[in-house]
Design a protein around this ligand. Sequence first.
Ligand SMILES: [Fe+2]
Length: 405
Amino acid sequence: MIRHTLAFTFKDDVPEEVRASVLARLATFPSRYPAMRDWSLGENVSTRDSTFAHCMSVDFATHDDLRAYLSSDSHEGFVRETWRPLIARQAIVSYEYPDRSPATPRGTGETARSPRPRGPYGMEYARIEVPDLRAAIEFLEYHVGLQLEAHTEEYAYLRADVEHHSIELIGAPEREYGHTTAVGYSVENGDVLEQLRKRVADAGHEVLDLAERQRPLCDEGFAVCDPNGLIVELFTGFQEYAEPPHIEIRPLDLVHPFIATTKYQESLDFYTNVLNFLPSDQIVGSTTFLRCEDRYHHSLALQDNKEYYVAHLCFAMKSLDHVMRMRARALYKGAPIASDIVNHSASTSIAFYMHDRRFGPRFELCDSHRVFTPEEHETHRARRMPADPRNIDVWRPASDDWGRF
Ligand SMILES: [Fe+2]
């Protein structure tokens, strides 16, 4: 194992916000360079020597891995354009030491549990304020296949599978259009939840309470506001039913929100560096797909945009046949199909999108969604794909076929 350390001090005239942004950029390195292990960064707290203000430490399995990182175009570009102009002095020490971590079990198909910090497990629900609660319920029942479980004049819970709910509707007659106010993610256990809570607080975000109605539906949890104002609720022990709904054509899971944002980089930093989402792929300059520990290709997507809105929520159906049956219902009832059948290359899913602004975001119904293997989950390197419609829908014939999305 090779431990690579970098001690450094910023130049005196570097403003605080620039320092914070460089440190945040360093924190993205483990997701950019999958060969990195046990990355850490901290301020120098030594009482003996204050020559350097910070130190970064990271491990590589081999000398070649370290060399590949140092000589990569992205790293050299970062050093040349960002690092050298801002750094007063630095010292680099790399040394080899015996690897005492347990060997990966062979022949079992299992992967040794990664020491990387854990992210949320997966998406559970979205909370949407809608001007007409009854109409929204009917739309989600008939066109998405959800089952209504509980409702009052003020709110409604609808579920897709055994999880307590995947959509919470809030009656908001003052709104003209539906508006997504929160998304909920389950977390594997209390330890991970506590680590995430600490990361949120350490990053300077306010740790908020869960919404009042959500608290009794889980063991413990907290909420945080993302850079766009979207509430992210994180919790353990989300209640579930013993049986799925007795509806033949229904989703199996709520997979992801797709968020258009005016604060793309800030949002990316928030979800990857604070909440530990892992980048799966990106469409350069436009969209990044992020995954959770349930290993779906993406449990959240961020798109650089001129305005912020939750663009769609993706539900995975049982099969392509069920997607097409739902599409037939949409055509029959005249429900607006915002984007017709597409074959997503990154997540290997076939989907269509419905959009009636009264009910909030688009609803994407897909046939399945790529799930990484445990090994891929630990080692996958996010692809940098050019902004070409064929990277969004492989059934596009040419690079200029941007219509119909
Ligand atoms: Fe999607």
